[in-house]
Design a binder for this molecule. Structure first.
Ligand code: PMV
Length: 337
């Protein structure tokens, strides 16, 4: 017999080295291409969930802001997810969910990845679903595609799978957080504003209207192989080059949709161009950008100081976070309410 309890989990954000862009099934969140990411140590979401008779409707609080049942933000994301887990557990209890990110939300720093990985894990605990990591990654996937990967730490691959029911579309760890000790990611926050086009809408528009989308899928396969090889051999140059090119290809297909989607702002472009210059000066680093104007610079520890100093010179860069591969999702005792 289920005894509803409260549970909390912390999950780290991740940045895709080979990106996922486009779904083969929108309801089950099944991707058109496999992807690889690195989980980020210093960017995380802490989420508490409580299923109880005391609530007559669901309550969702994100960074202290309440999202009401009936609003798009709630219904399309957390609401759908809670209905799914209630069905799995065969219960009707309403829930209270509170989640805090230690970084700007919805500005393209994988807040949904961290948030849904944490929510899936806390729910698994609260409702006693008994899911193992693989199944947990599939549950997190139903909240947000990138959340599939945040279940694990270090370097993670999300295989797209082939089955219509999605049971072969889950994440696997390629290498642990400790595997590449001098691997660093420098996050440059160029705006704290929420992004204007959510990934979900952006990728649907791309699949529907981008004339070169097929080329992206072909290239992503190649990038995946090279990235796996680069991680296995700790070949930083191959990894960085492949990640940077993959990011540019994704933004190229975004820009060539109708209407075009631009996630960059002026500072994003300034930082990207500077990274190319710094490489010419002999400082090896590469950029990667998700569906946002924030730039992540990939480098090795020995170059962090120099790059950070250079990043500080951009007046518009609001915050710089130096981080490294971090751990996977975990249950924590501390509840948010
Ligand atoms: O799963 P979503 O809706 O957060 O979309 C993720 C899209 C990218 O961040 C651009 C790529 C990726 O693989 O994380």
């Amino acid at each position: 017999m289920l005894k509803p309890i409260k549970a909390s989990a912390i999950a780290n954000a991740n940045i895709a080295l080979v990106k996922y862009w486009g779904k083969r099934d929108k309801k089950l969140i099944l991707p058109n291409n496999s992807s690889i990411s690195v989980t980020l140590k210093d960017l995380y979401a802490h989420t508490t969930v409580d299923f109880s008779k005391n609530y007559d409707k669901d309550i969702f609080i994100l960074n202290g802001k309440k999202f009401k049942v009936g609003t798009e933000e709630y219904d399309k994301y957390t609401g759908l997810f809670l209905n799914l887990v209630r069905k799995m557990a065969r219960i009707n209890l309403k829930a209270k969910v509170s989640s805090n990110n230690n970084f700007p939300t919805a500005a393209g720093l994988a807040s949904s990845a961290a948030g849904f990985a944490a929510l899936a894990t806390a729910t698994n605990e609260a409702l006693g679903l008994g899911l193992n990591k693989r199944n947990l990654s599939m549950l997190a996937r139903r909240g947000s595609g990138s959340a599939t990967r945040s279940i694990y730490g270090g370097f993670v691959k999300w295989r797209k799978g082939k089955k219509e029911n999605g049971t072969d579309s889950y994440a696997k760890q390629i290498a642990s957080a400790e595997y590449w000790p001098d691997f660093r990611i420098i996050v440059c926050i160029t705006t704290k504003e929420e992004k204007k086009i959510k990934s979900r809408a952006g990728m649907a528009q791309t699949v529907a209207t981008c004339p070169v989308y097929k080329g992206w899928l072909k290239a992503a396969k190649e990038d995946l192989k090279n990235t796996e090889r680069a991680i296995a051999e700790k070949d930083f140059t191959l990894l960085g080059k492949t990640a940077e090119r993959n990011c540019l290809k994704m933004h190229a297909i975004m820009m060539t949709t109708t209407p075009p989607i631009f996630y960059f702002n002026k500072t994003t472009i300034d930082v990207m161009q500077s990274v190319l210059e710094w490489r010419k000066e002999g400082i090896e680093c590469y950029f990667s950008i998700d569906a946002s104007p924030q730039v992540k610079i990939i480098c090795l520890e020995k170059n962090v100081k120099k790059i950070k100093e250079k990043c500080k010179r951009f007046k518009e860069v609001k915050k710089i976070i130096v981080t490294k591969p971090g751990e996977g999702v975990r249950i924590v005792k501390k509840h948010l309410f």
